[in-house]
Each structure stands twice: as C-alpha cells, then as structure tokens.
Write a protein that binds this ligand. Structure first.
Ligand code: SF4
Ligand code: SF4
Length: 425
C-alpha cells in the first residue's frame, strides 16, 4: 500500500489490529498466487495496483465522494440492478465475501453449517474488517437463498439493510413481482440519494454498465483462443475487481488489457503451451480473495478458460437493451435483463444447464469442475443435473464441495490432479 491510511481506517471504525492481519494474509496470498506467475501481461499492472490499493486508494475515493454528498451502496448479489443506483447519483460496490478471516465471529451468530460466503460477510461486519462495508450508507440484500435471507435480518441490526424480493420461478406472475421490486428499489435509492432518476441519468447508467459488461465479454471471447492468452487466475481477478473499482476506469483499463491480449492471440502466443488441458469452472461465485481452487487447478498443469459463475459469465452474458427511449421502456429492459439470470435459486433452472453445456463446447474445454460451497443446497443439488448434461456430451466433470479454509487444500489438489490426468488429448 502506497500511503498510510491508518487514520482513515480508524475513522471508519475498523478493528485496526485484525485489519492489519487481513492485509498481511491478503498480501502473502497475492504474492504466492498472482505475482509468482510467469509471463504476465503489462495490463496486469492495473490489477496489481488495484489489489494493492484495495483498502487504500479506492476507499479514499469513496470517502471523498461521500464528503461531496454521494451515497455508497453495497450489494451481495448480481440480481441487484446497479443501473438504478448509479442513475440516482450513488456509487455501487459489490461487497466481497471471499475470506475466511471473520469466521469465528460469524459462527457466534450463525450455525456452523452455513455457507462460507454468508459466514464471510457476517464475519467481516462483526469483526469490523472491511472498509467497503463500513463506507456503505445502505446495503442491499435479496431473498435468493434461505441462508442469505435470514442472515440479512441479523445484518440489519448493525446498519441499514434493504432487502429485495427475488422471484423463485420465471412465470408471468414472477415477472410482475420482479418489476414491482425494481420500482420499489428505484424509490428507495432516490430517497437515499435525494436525487430523482431521470430518463437521461438511467440511460447513461445503462450504457456505462453495458460497456463494462462488453469489455468482460471481449475478455471472455479472447480466452477461447488455443493457446489461451491469459491465466484463469488473472481473468477471475479482473471479474472480481469489476465489482468495486470505478466502472469507467475499469472499462478503459480492461480494454487496454484486451488490446494486449489480442496481440498475443494474433501472434499465437499463450500463457501456457498449446496442449495444456483446458478447464471450465461452474457453480458458486468466487468472491475476492477466494483464489483457492483456481490456484490448485493452475498449479496442477491445467489452465482455466471460463467461469460459469456470478463472478464470471452469469454476470456479463446479458446486456440491458439500449432501445428503451423513455423511463418505462428502460425499466422494462432492466426487468427483462435481470430475469435472465440463471441462478440455482430458481426452479426450474433449465437455462443454466443449457448455458453450461454451450459454454463448455464454445470454449473447447477438456473438462468442467463444478464448484459448490459446502452447505449451499441450490448449487450442490443442481450439480447433479449439470454433470449429467455434460457427460451426455462427453465432457468429463469433477464435482467439488469446499469452503474458504485451507484445511482441504491437499485433498483437493490430489483430486484435481487425478481428474486432469484422466483428460485425454
Ligand atoms: S449465485 Fe445467485 S444468489 Fe449468489 S450472487 Fe449469483 S445470482 Fe446472487
Ligand atoms: S453460495 Fe449458495 S448458500 Fe451461499 S449465499 Fe450463494 S446461493 Fe446461498
């Protein structure tokens, strides 16, 4: 970290000692998992910089914006229509929940058999570890799964939390409910920021966030090349950073990174040799700094070429239509776009199975690793259907259930190595 931000963290009410320990762990992880990679891209300097300043410069920017009267809104799920937050003059940050460090604090209020993501966000709040969390004027939760739904009730005891009701099915009546929820959120963010959302501000927000999605789509399509030009770890990090960096800066920087990748692809250069086994990850989101499985896969002689995940393609596949000319038209477009999200919380969720198979074929993968967090019923149960559909197409699958701890690293490594060893060329 370039400057001393201690005073800022103190003012935010962080537990300085515990926060220091978190930064140390994060720094060590990042060094081992990222900086040790060979042949990294020039554009990765942006990733290294953002990560090294994740609790510094970006938080300072948020504090400065708050001093100018802006409101910061935190989210945990890609179902929250960010467009409305930006259109109301707010700043949206995706609150990461990918570290084990607050687990003890979380287990004082949550059952042990709760998924690591939920424990992580409760733990971060209870242990006062996350400056993004502490910068938020409002946190938006959603009723996606039962664990989150109930955890938000507890979270609400520590600060303002607003919960969106997410439908569980995709029938016409569910769309009606979802549209009502989108409009309810519009009112809430207008009330928070004191700004009225106009057709112009909403149109600008739609275009800004579509641009961010487009640049991520471009990155994903470059990864189709054989040999692939970027490691799965770096690509995951790009997706993770998209949740908290300034969207315009992010789009520009990742555009530059894609230019560099295009050059690599044109010259036939890869980050790994051409015959390296290509793996796709599918399943639960991997929030920063959850790099455990990608590191295991890529240090076992394979490369990850795609993530069928909310920190990945599920978040970037669909754009909001830019054809809506007035407020009503734009709201309809937002409603439609978010209803396409194929989260395992839906039933039935056949689109996801079709999307997984299509993606695996497009990316020409040798195998898919289905990743579920322990105690996550939606993804763990749906893994059966994913596996069956992929195997029908002759694509091998390894199903993994894990959490954020490091206790099972050796076991996972053995399983992943054995799986990669079975993938023929
Ligand atoms: S997996 Fe489902 S609940 Fe989790 S972030 Fe994605 S859409 Fe939201
Ligand atoms: S990983 Fe599964 S259990 Fe955990 S918050 Fe997401 S949907 Fe819920």
């Amino acid at each position: 970290m370039g400057s001393d931000y201690t005073q800022m963290w103190e003012e935010l009410g962080l537990d300085l000692e515990a926060h220091d320990a978190l930064l140390k762990v994060l720094g060590k992880f990042y060094g081992d998992i990222y900086l040790s990679q060979k042949g990294r891209l020039r554009g990765a300097e942006y990733l290294d910089f953002v990560l090294s300043e994740v609790h510094g410069l970006r938080i300072k920017e948020l504090q400065e914006a708050k001093a100018r009267g802006k409101k910061v809104v935190g989210t945990f799920c890609i179902f929250v229509p960010e467009e409305l937050i930006w259109a109301a003059g707010g700043i949206c940050v995706g609150l990461c929940a990918g570290a084990d460090i607050g687990r003890e604090a979380a287990e004082r209020v949550l059952p042990r058999n709760t998924c690591a993501l939920i424990k992580s966000f409760m733990g971060f709040k209870l242990a006062r570890l996350c400056p993004f969390f502490e910068s938020c004027d409002l946190v938006i939760g959603e009723t996606t799964c039962d664990g989150k739904k109930k955890a938000y009730e507890l979270l609400g005891e520590f600060g303002p939390v607003y919960v969106m009701e997410i439908p569980q099915m995709k029938e016409a009546r569910d769309r009606i409910l979802w549209k009502e929820e989108v409009l309810r959120l519009k009112d809430r963010v207008q009330e928070l920021t004191g700004n009225k959302i106009t057709a112009d501000s909403l149109s600008d927000a739609i275009r800004m966030l579509n641009a961010r999605r487009r640049v991520l789509q471009r990155l994903d399509s470059l990864r189709k090349a054989i040999p692939t030009p970027i490691s799965g770890r770096d690509a995951l990090l790009v997706n993770q950073i998209s949740f908290y960096d300034d969207p315009q800066r992010f789009t520009q920087k990742i555009g530059e990174l894609c230019d560099e990748l295009e050059g690599r692809v044109a010259r036939g250069e890869g980050v790994v040799p051409e015959d390296t086994r290509r793996i796709m990850l599918s399943g639960c989101p991997m929030a920063v700094p959850n790099w455990k499985l990608p590191y295991i896969v890529e240090s076992s002689g394979a490369v990850i070429v795609g993530e069928e995940s909310c920190i990945g393609v599920r978040n970037t596949r669909d754009l909001v239509s830019e054809k809506g000319k007035n407020m009503e038209g734009m709201i309809e477009s937002i409603v439609d776009r978010y209803m396409k999200i194929d989260c395992a919380c839906f039933t039935p969720n056949n689109e996801r199975i079709e999307n997984v198979v299509k993606m695996a074929k497009d990316l020409k993968v040798d195998g898919v690793i289905h990743y579920s967090l322990q105690f996550c019923d939606p993804y763990t149960i749906e893994a059966f259907k994913v596996e069956r559909a992929l195997e029908k197409e002759g694509i091998p699958v390894l199903k993994i259930e894990t959490d954020y701890s490091m206790e099972d690293v050796e076991i996972l490594k053995n399983r992943v190595e054995a799986f990669i060893g079975t993938l023929g060329k």
